[in-house]
Design a protein around this ligand. Sequence first.
Ligand SMILES: [Zn+2]
Ligand SMILES: [Zn+2]
Length: 334
Amino acid sequence: MSIIRQDLSTKDWTIFALERSKRPSDFKKVKENKAVKEYERNCPFCKGNEHMTPEDILTVKDGKQWLVRVVPNKFPALEPKGDCRYKINRHIIGPYLSIDGVGNHEVIIESPDHDDNLCNMELYQVERVMQVYRKRFIELSTNKDYQLIVIFRNHGRRAGTSLEHPHSQLVATPFVPGFIRGKLYESERYYDDFGKCVYCEMMAYEIKARKRVIFENKDFIAFAPYASVVPYNILILPKEHQACFAQVSENNVKYLASILRTVLRKLYYLLCDPDYNYIIDSTPIDQAGNRHYHWHLEILPRLSTRAGFEIGSGININTILPEKCAKFLRENNV
Ligand SMILES: [Zn+2]
Ligand SMILES: [Zn+2]
């Protein structure tokens, strides 16, 4: 089991998951410039290699063929405790605090085919993936050991992925990190001052100003944030106020799939398939109905590298204004 240690001076948590150093990597072929094939013999996520992963948690099938699988991560950052009588222990050693590494770490395998790409899949397949996100989020929200659920996708080597087969991940943690606490605190302060959700306010302004909007549909909007942290930073928000991702309806999910696919296609075709991370940033589970936080999907392309100043100061240096990025993505259809 991994262990979670707290930094005494910053209150930031670090998960020590030593087994993860043994993860396989299939990115050698990228270096060798080999074409990506539909099936890779050594890929644990390929159709036909199901024996290489732990047993399915959830499977979406069409007849006998699976279309989306959710499996436990074989090299988890956090693991479920298994025994319901077990308590998540806190340990104090000298001045330091640590917690048992209890949680969930799952892989959502988005396609049976190795050479698939989320943005080039048919819309109904992207919808299936989003429906699976929703189902797993709602299911894990009922576990009282967990406080935060993060769904994320790492695309490309610079974004930290070790396997190129299309997949996303989900991690449920037994604590709320300071980074999220900070965002919650600021949105709550805004609510205290103005009686409104800060994200709803930003969205209303962006819809009116139309300088940074990239795309919108009935239920969602995609825009480049005013103070974008990296070039082509994109936020996708539900137009209706929803604090927690668990509040998204089955019908909403269709529009989420559609806007996400459109935006990812624009990145793929207009920026030559950049590496990126996307993250679903949602309120902690016990604050699901609050009025001040608003869940969102954030896309962070890896077109630049954070260097000493950014890491040391927490101040981002961006080289392109979001208005320019949004205009380019908005005005070019793919
Ligand atoms: Zn594969
Ligand atoms: Zn809101």
